[in-house]
Design a protein around this ligand. Structure first.
Ligand code: SF4
Ligand code: SF4
Length: 429
């Protein structure tokens, strides 16, 4: 078996940031009491809460893997190539080393594999090995290459607008190719990247995606620092990832654009309930002009983001070493970051924010289920949690809400913030 380098082995290595972000807090006793009261008032929320806890357990240790630094497209404003982070790593080509790496990840207790790149579908042997070692995961792809049916991960296909706009920003034929390639593939979910120039296309694109029978949700354009700097400097266009944008005409979601995007997406959610699994609650949170995260004014980095690299959420570059960058999308500017996958994961661990009323709690459950629809296959056992689990659920809540509720460790256990190993503090956002 090939040797994995010390830093690749990761757990506890000097390259991995073991610090828990300062404002990751355990849900309070008061939160537990409120949740119990909501469920007592509306018992149908009980099974949904049980499922939400299961989703958090699934998320308790996620690794992000850049599977390759190669891509068959050249998209305007690309998160991967628009910036220098990817240049730090030479791609590991030895499949045996990839195998040993993923086996090591599984031994470390990684519960979910998030596979991206550049374009992960170009390296399907690596995807297959990952799936063999880590049963749950999602592949983030441009959708133009069919992924082997033997790979049992959800497939998240990015869509950047209607066929013409996609042709301009990504290349001719990309839109239709992605949809035709994944028609009838039960693993596929389409993720429409909404930006200032394609809000008017949300409705027609949803109709097309609906005709192809692919479940759909929305992403919100989140600029890279490099993209912002080029706009600010009124930089000349190049022939790579800044071909079209200008200071006056670009993708940025201003307050006005966010409002238009929110209203349009809200309408679409109601019009296509069978195919659009985006939720009103998530749409509302993501289109708040104030943003999603607390940003440290000194570093400019989000302090309460679920995508940050630390012991329980680690990104790996294509050399299979743990990334020392801030997160899995290091080129993106935290203040404007509304990336779908990271926002969903972060909100799953922010129950405290959603216990002001039963309506807020329902919102949180909606967001958790959107996470599930986006990342888990319909066949995942997590979806089977139902009324039968309610008794166990209620027991857990009672023990938490009791006046003599013992300590943080009990709340951690009962609410799905499960410590990874004995003595290790729990992961939460
Ligand atoms: S498909 Fe993804 S990785 Fe490739 S250029 Fe486009 S945005 Fe970048
Ligand atoms: S860029 Fe986005 S995902 Fe990365 S740390 Fe900032 S807020 Fe989190």
């Amino acid at each position: 078996m090939p040797q994995i380098t010390g830093s690749t082995a990761a757990s506890g290595s000097g390259d991995t940031n073991n610090d828990r972000p300062p404002n990751f807090v355990v849900p309070s006793r008061e939160t537990a009491r409120r949740v119990q009261a909501f469920i007592a008032e509306e018992p149908a929320l009980g099974p949904r809460y049980a499922r939400a806890k299961e989703f958090r357990r699934i998320l308790r240790q996620v690794s992000n893997f850049d599977v390759t630094s190669r891509c068959n497209l050249r998209c305007e404003g690309c998160f991967y190539f628009e910036g220098d982070d990817y240049k730090q790593a030479a791609e590991q080509e030895d499949l045996a080393i990839w195998r040993a790496f993923f086996e090591d990840q599984a031994k470390r207790g990684v519960t979910f594999a998030s596979l991206a790149g550049a374009e992960p579908a170009l390296e399907q042997d690596r995807l297959e090995i990952a799936n063999h070692c880590i049963p749950r995961g999602a592949i983030f792809t441009n959708g133009t290459i069919k992924i082997r049916t033997s790979i049992n991960y959800s497939i998240v296909i990015s869509i950047w607008g209607d066929p013409e706009t996609t042709g301009t920003f990504r290349g001719g034929g990309v839109f239709w190719k992605a949809l035709k390639t994944h028609k009838g593939d039960r693993r596929a979910r389409a993720l429409f990247m909404v930006h200032a120039k394609n809000i008017g296309q949300i409705s027609p694109v949803t109709r097309i995606v609906s005709d192809f029978g692919i479940p759909l949700s929305f992403n919100y354009f989140s600029p890279t620092s490099s993209y912002l700097a080029k706009l600010a400097a009124n930089a000349k266009n190049d022939d790579e990832f800044f071909r079209i944008s200008s200071r006056e005409d670009n993708f940025l979601l201003t307050a006005d654009a966010l409002e238009r995007a929110r209203d349009t997406i809200d309408d679409i959610i109601d019009l296509y309930p069978g195919i659009v699994f985006h939720t009103h609650a998530f749409n509302r949170v993501c289109t708040d002009p104030a943003g999603l995260y607390d940003v440290d004014p000194t570093t400019g980095i989000a302090t309460n983001c679920g995508g940050r690299n630390f012991q329980w959420h680690q990104s790996y570059r294509v050399d299979l070493r743990p990334s020392n960058a801030k997160c899995c999308t290091p080129n993106v500017n935290c203040k404007d970051c509304r990336l779908n996958a990271v926002a969903l994961a972060s909100l799953l661990f922010r129950l405290e924010r959603f216990v002001g009323s039963i309506a807020e709690f329902r919102d949180w459950l909606d967001i958790c289920e959107q996470y599930g629809r986006s990342n888990l296959l319909d066949s995942d056992p997590a979806w089977r949690i139902d009324g039968a689990d309610l008794a166990r659920q209620t027991d857990a809540l009672c023990s938490v809400a009791a006046p003599n509720c013992r300590d943080e460790a009990e709340r951690v256990r009962d609410h799905g913030w499960t410590p990874l190993t004995a003595g290790e503090p729990a992961r939460m956002f």
